[in-house]
Design a protein around this ligand. Structure first.
Ligand SMILES: NC(=O)C1=CN([C@@H]2O[C@H](COP(=O)(O)OP(=O)(O)OC[C@H]3O[C@@H](n4cnc5c(N)ncnc54)[C@H](O)[C@@H]3O)[C@@H](O)[C@H]2O)[C@@H](O)CC1
Ligand SMILES: [K+]
Length: 504
């Protein structure tokens, strides 16, 4: 499923109409009918429905929904929120059809008490503005949206909640708070931004006949990583495989006050399918984590004040990939460890404190030819880019892509919606996981899963997407079956991996 900006959606639309010669009013009919079907499955014939219709094509969709539901036998009223002369083009055509089917239409400016009028309705369908919104809502829509948001009625938005921007990067907005949004054609970027996503309520996306070629002509691919994508790309195991076929991974990190992190990464890598995992860390960390990951092997790294020192004697030969930085601490003496790892000719994952050291040494990225994967949370992404966390949270797609393409690396920008970006700017969003993952250790587990995944027979990008999928899915299944968001621990997520593998 594609994730689009407003411009990309209009490009898809234009391509379908100009190049494939699809008729605009037919697309509108498809959209309206599809949504009407879905609305009808959520309501009953006793309920009163009010369809709020605006001036653009979003309003046009509203007229099709109104006519379809009316003809199915529902109690429908259209409340037109703009003057007649503003309804033009395909929307005007569908308005005519609705009226010729004896549809009831009221004008917003002719209603004395809007609140009272809305109170009479059980269900509000919001087809006032779609992706064509420009700037802050103007009156009378601004007040109307605030009134809708105070109601208890079921509110269903068409394509996008009216007033909400399609693209990331907007700090303040007034928009309909939908219970459910019926997205048309492709899901919009703001469905994955922390402060705008809640406006959508639950959402589902319907296909209305846009041709695949219309999506393919987009400059860059940005998709939701779905269960189907996971199942299509996740590598199958053969009966004849042996441990060497599933990769030999190295994890480097740990320090006296953060020994557990490396243990979580090591165990997660083993549990998610790595053939062999070696942890390179200080003697005291090895002593503390060895019993937690008995299947791992260990390499002792010299230490200074409980932290790894230099790291120039770590031997990378024979390993298929390395993950570094987990629980490493920010001691200056540990910085060269990153530089040495960057010289190893195998895929490199840099996580946690490793990212802080990397920031002081960014040019090591330019010298590498093998894949580099960075796994920042928004705070670390902000640090790498000299931005505020707020900036990153507002434009995660833009900033992750900027860093990935500027430095030729993969970026896994962690969050409620983790954004995975490849060095060319291709992006995917993982939607599994829940608030139970917002805890210490959860990132360390993800790094271990990533290490295991990128050593299997799948592309690095698919491996990263599948790692995030599996990590979130483990947390989701645990919460369904035996845990709650409150008590879920990172170590539970490792044990939950077997649930994921068995379920899928
Ligand atoms: N072929 C197509 O073009 C299709 C379009 N579709 C629908 O069309 C929508 C996009 O249609 P449009 O481009 O006509 O735009 P919209 O219908 O989203 O909105 C444009 C209208 O909103 C008003 N408006 C914009 N900003 C405002 C603000 N800040 N305050 C108050 N009013 C404001 C403008 O006056 C304009 O008339 C999509 O979201 C989707 O619902 C679907 O029907 C599928 C096919
Ligand atoms: K809308």
């Amino acid at each position: 499923m594609y994730i689009v900006t407003a411009k990309e959606m209009y490009d898809i639309d234009q391509f379908s109409m100009d190049r494939v010669e699809m008729d605009g009013s037919m697309l509108m009919e498809n959209a309206g009918r599809e949504i009407a079907q879905r609305v009808s499955s959520m309501i009953n014939f006793e309920q009163a429905l009010c369809i709020l219709v605006g001036s653009g094509n979003n309003g046009g969709d509203g007229f099709v929904i109104a006519r379809t539901l009316l003809n199915m036998g529902y109690k429908v009223t259209v409340l037109q929120v703009v003057e007649d002369k503003k309804i033009v083009g395909h929307a005007a055509y569908h308005k005519r059809l609705y009226l010729k089917c004896d549809g009831i239409l009221k004008q917003l400016n002719e209603i004395n008490d809007v609140q009272e009028e809305l109170n009479k309705e059980d269900v509000i369908v919001d087809a006032m503005i779609g992706i064509g919104v420009k700037g802050d809502l103007r009156e009378p829509l601004y007040s109307l949206v605030n009134q809708i948001n105070r109601l208890d009625n079921l509110v269903l938005s068409v394509d996008i909640p009216s007033g909400l921007p399609t693209d990331e990067g907007v700090a303040d907005f007034t928009a309909v708070q939908a219970d459910h949004t019926f997205v048309i054609g492709a899901i919009k970027q703001t469905a994955f931004i922390q402060h705008t996503a809640p406006s959508y309520g639950k959402w589902e996306c319907s296909s209305i006949g846009f041709p695949q070629a219309a999506f393919k002509q987009l400059e860059m691919e940005r998709k939701v990583w779905t269960k189907a994508a996971f199942q299509r790309t996740f590598p199958e195991r053969s009966e004849y495989d042996h441990k060497g076929d599933h990769g030999k991974g190295l994890v480097i990190g740990g320090s006296s006050n953060m020994p557990g992190a490396l243990g979580l990464t090591t165990r997660a890598a083993l549990r998610s399918g790595a053939g062999l995992v070696t942890a390179a860390t200080t003697d005291s960390v090895i002593k503390r984590i060895a019993s937690f990951c008995p299947e791992a092997t260990f390499v002792t790294v010299p230490e200074i004040n409980g932290h790894l020192k230099y790291g120039n004697d770590i031997d990378y030969k024979g390993f298929d990939a390395v993950a570094i930085g987990i629980g490493l601490g920010r001691e200056a003496a540990s910085r060269p460890v990153i530089r040495h790892a960057a010289a190893a000719k195998i895929p490199l994952i840099i996580d946690g404190d490793g990212l802080t050291h990397l920031k002081a040494d960014l040019e090591v990225l330019d010298e590498r030819e093998e894949p580099v994967i960075l796994t920042p949370h928004p705070g670390e992404m902000a640090m790498l880019l000299d931005l505020s966390v707020k900036d990153v949270l507002m434009r995660p797609f833009h900033y992750a892509k900027k860093f990935a393409t500027d430095h030729g690396v993969y970026v896994v920008l962690k969050g409620a919606f983790t954004v995975i970006t490849d060095p060319n700017g291709k992006q995917a969003v993982n939607t599994t996981g829940n608030a139970g993952l917002a805890k210490g250790g959860s990132g360390d587990v993800l790094t271990g899963i990533i290490l295991a995944m990128i050593m299997q027979k799948q592309s690095i990008f698919e491996g990263l997407c599948n790692a995030c999928f599996v990590h979130g899915k483990s947390a989701d299944l645990l919460i369904q079956e035996s845990h709650s968001q409150h008590d879920l621990l990172a170590s539970d997520v490792i044990e939950g991996l077997s649930l994921v593998y068995r379920t899928f």
